[in-house]
Design a binder for this molecule. Structure first.
Ligand code: ADP
Ligand code: ZN
Length: 637
């Protein structure tokens, strides 16, 4: 196909016919036109933003094969299958192919029979492959996950450094580098190392409006998780992140025993088990993956409905990347995290005991502090997150703080009580004590240990009886987060005062924080001094609004219609599951949830009406149209 001024309508035609989408999203149209007409591009878009189309459509518009470099070998097969389902001639070359299969792909490439070819970077750089490409016609090079070129990033791949060779050998072939990593430093590294200095940069907003952010205090984490994953999200696919392998195993078993299909994933499992679990997660509907952060990079499953953190990530970058795996299909999704005092203490200890140099510790501490600030924020979580990535925005109305504004609390006086209590305890005993003990003394709880050390006679005994244990833990967490109190990890997690403590004791600074949210009815019943009424109302409110988030897409219909549409949606899912199994592809390769939902709501009665549904392209209409119309017709509304 030749390139002319009519590139925009041609691109739109492909978007409609092949991909079944009505319109380009955000900057896609401009990027597609730029690359299709031979320009180089550096594209920064959040996960789920729609990066793939930015090279897939130019590859179809230009002569020759689009060569896509990706480090995510495990995903290539699914990506290729999804393209083939659309009628695009796609293939991949990586170490998972046998010699015979690889030879067949090479033949197809040389014969000009491929629209797109996915290649692993190491493979691409081999002399054999470069020579093969020399003899082929290449439409463009797409370099996916381009941040892998950054030596400072966590996904560094040495082979990526050599990809500049593409520019030297094919100076006239356009290159497009893509990443979801936002920061300016990485962007500069990509441009330099890939010789893309003169490429046009396209930086999108990093907002993920369909993700609802929710951060709660940890009271009874597994139970809280069960309420979350088994309530509004029952039957949905999700990822639960835990910090350790042991906890991953434990939580996966715990969920499974309570009727939630969950699988573990961590680096301690053998490769076969890991890939089996990953394959099941991708292919089955509604599985929960309980994982360490070893899981997830490039997990391309569009219908992950929630990401839960049972342990706090070490940085906002990590949090954003992990939560970003939810809702790539644009449908409502939820990012939920439970965090508590132990997270703060543990993360600080990891940094202190890391054995790294001071500069590294400083950076790590700053990153952790930013994460804590997000967790304790009383403002819109999204505004806070986007500001961290340098974007300004307005309150979103789709996060916990917007939906249920937290109560503010001037904890200056309470903070002083805490510090004096830590001071008095040390003064009287000659050594320090841990959090539990200090809180007991503050609340006037004369436990055996408190009496044994004579701490019930201290002037600070019972000065904090007006606050619950949860509230004291919040004050303590906040004080540690702000450096007013330190934890001595060398000596049994004992609490100690710091330089900064003085400023608070002297009244030179204040301590403002969010009041801990109402706990779940269960943990309130266990004894935190809080009226059961408040706690129950809070928990029920939280659950009700979570449910609203889960079904927000069943919007404008009347309740009766909604029920019928839900029933049809379930039948369509059945059909999709059977079809996917038969074809050996993941269900979302057949149709995304959003497409099935639109069909269930619109109940198209003809092929023409079905073709008008977003996400139904020509090829899928041919393959499944008649079956779907029958299925809809036989479904009594
Ligand atoms: P990324 O690679 O940036 O994470 P993808 O390319 O996988 O994102 O796209 C994310 C989802 O958005 C996919 O399900 C894709 O089908 C959908 N999508 C992308 N562009 C459009 C569009 N213009 N209209 C509708 N859906 C789109
Ligand atoms: Zn908000």
């Amino acid at each position: 196909m030749t390139i002319d001024e009519d590139i925009a309508p041609q691109a739109l035609g492909i978007l409609n016919r092949v991909f079944g989408h009505a319109a380009f999203r955000g900057p896609q149209a401009v990027i597609v036109a730029h690359v299709a007409t031979g320009g180089d591009a550096l594209v920064l878009m959040p996960t789920g933003g729609g990066k793939s189309l930015c090279y897939q459509i130019p590859a179809l518009l230009r002569d020759g094969t689009g060569v896509v470099v990706s480090p995510l070998i495990a995903l290539m097969q699914d990506q290729v299958e999804a393209l083939r389902e659309l009628g695009v001639r796609a293939a991949f070359l990586n170490s998972s192919l046998g010699a015979r299969e690889a030879a067949r792909v090479e033949q197809a490439l040389l014969a000009g029979e491929l629209d797109q070819l996915y290649v692993a970077p190491g493979r691409l750089l081999s002399p054999r492959c470069l020579e093969l490409l020399e003899r082929s016609s290449i439409a463009l090079f797409a370099i996916d996950e381009a941040h892998c070129v950054s030596q400072w990033g966590h996904d560094f791949r040495p082979e990526y450094l050599q990809l500049a060779v593409l520019h030297e050998r094919w100076p006239r072939v356009p290159r497009i580098a893509l990443t979801a990593t936002a920061d300016a430093l990485t962007r500069r590294e990509i441009a330099e190392r890939l010789a893309l200095q003169s490429a046009r940069e396209f930086v999108s907003s990093f907002d993920r409006p369909n993700i609802r952010y929710r951060i709660v205090e940890k009271t009874d984490p597994k139970r809280q998780l069960l309420d979350f994953a088994g309530g509004a999200h029952a039957g949905q696919a999700g990822i639960v992140y835990c910090a350790s392998r042991k906890k991953v195993e434990e939580v996966a078993q715990w969920l499974s025993a309570r009727g939630i299909a969950a699988l573990p994933y961590h680096a301690g499992l053998d490769t076969a088990t890991r890939s089996a679990h990953q394959a099941r997660f991708l292919r089955e509907d509604g599985l929960v993956m309980v994982a360490t952060i070893a899981f997830g990079m490039g997990i391309d499953k569009p219908d992950v409905r929630f990401v839960a953190h049972l342990d706090m990530p070490r940085s906002v970058e990590g949090y954003y990347q992990e939560t970003g795996r939810a809702g790539r299909d644009g449908e409502p999704a939820e990012a939920w995290m439970a965090y508590g005092l132990a997270d703060v203490v543990q993360q600080r200890r990891l940094i202190e005991q890391s054995g790294a140099d001071d500069a590294f510790k400083r950076v790590s501490t700053a990153k952790l502090d930013a994460m804590l600030a997000l967790a304790e924020s009383v403002e819109c979580r999204r505004v806070h997150l986007l500001a961290y990535f340098g974007e300004s925005s307005a309150p979103c109305g789709n996060c916990d703080n917007c939906l249920e504004p937290p109560e503010l609390w001037d904890a200056t006086e309470d903070g002083r009580k805490l510090l004096s209590c830590i001071y008095r305890i040390r003064q009287s005993s000659g050594f320090g004590f841990g959090a539990q003990h200090v809180v007991a003394v503050l609340r006037g709880h004369a436990s055996e240990r408190v009496r044994q050390h004579g701490h019930d006679a201290l002037s600070t005994f019972g000065i904090g009886a007006d606050l619950s244990e949860t509230e004291w833990r919040a004050v303590l967490r906040q004080s540690i987060a702000q450096g007013l109190v330190a934890v001595d990890h060398a000596r049994h997690q004992v609490l100690v005062l710091t330089e900064a403590s003085r400023a608070l004791l002297r009244g030179e600074r204040t301590l403002r924080m969010r009041r801990p949210r109402a706990e779940t009815a269960r943990s309130a019943g266990r004894g935190a001094r809080r009226t059961a009424g408040t706690a129950t109302a809070g928990a029920a409110g939280g659950r009700a609004s979570a449910r609203a988030a889960g079904s927000a897409s069943a919007d404008a219909s009347t309740p009766g219609d909604g029920v019928a549409a839900d029933a049809l949606f379930e039948r369509l899912r059945e059909w999709r599951r059977a079809t996917a199994t038969q074809r050996g592809v993941p269900p979302y390769v057949i149709f995304h949830d959003s497409v099935l939902r639109a069909i269930a709501q619109q109940r198209p009665a003809s092929l023409a009406a079905l073709a008008a549904v977003g996400g139904v392209g020509e090829r899928k209409l041919d393959a499944y149209g008649a079956t779907l119309i029958d299925l809809i017709g036989s479904d009594a509304p």
